[in-house]
Design a protein around this ligand. Sequence first.
Ligand SMILES: [Zn+2]
Length: 236
Amino acid sequence: MKIVRNTTKIESRVLRSLLCKVHAHMTKLERRKAPNWKNLRIKIGNRSKGGYRGWAYYYGKGPGGWDVHLSLPGDATERGFGWLVYHELMHTYGYRHNEYGNIPDRELEALFPDNKTIGIPVAVKAKAKRAPAGEFPIKIRMTARTVEELSSAEYGSYEDWLNDDRKPTDYNGGRTCHTVEILERHKTVLEIRDETELKEVFWAVSTGLFSEYCPGAADRLYGELARHTEAIKEAK
Ligand SMILES: [Zn+2]
């Protein structure tokens, strides 16, 4: 099986391991692998609205560049994805809709007991030692992946800012520093050195694409930044 195209924000290796988990379960039930599993070409993308959707060619042999197409909402969960994979892989076994039922809930629950939102790591460790609110430098622990996500969500505006010769303009939101550069300081820590930087990162987290890509992580980070912002306001 090969993921021939992945336009979601979820790493292919994460999707691949979930696909294999469902297929292993089906292999046990069917006592055989999906007929074309070895060469199966899977395309995965996001849907801007709505839930899970998929298409699969019977026996997993498409006439074009793919055999199975999976389409996910931005906040896909393990069980949601697992449900869809099972449904589409059944077609690659050759089954039509009137020949099988969808995966029973209890099987789905056993496969994915945590039912995590996929590809979205925890941004701020709940027990990370928290700096006193409002004291610089503020250091917030993040996963490497969340750092990467926030940086890529901000990359477009960073390019605009560079093109404006780093001057604050209306067009670039009046930025005097940029989140992308602040994130470059460390791999898994967000280090904010002063109030201007705090404002900048707060703005990026609360208004950018990041909150669409990683709503859970964005919420936690937002909460942490709000705590510092409030403390600074109170101190004045
Ligand atoms: Zn179907």
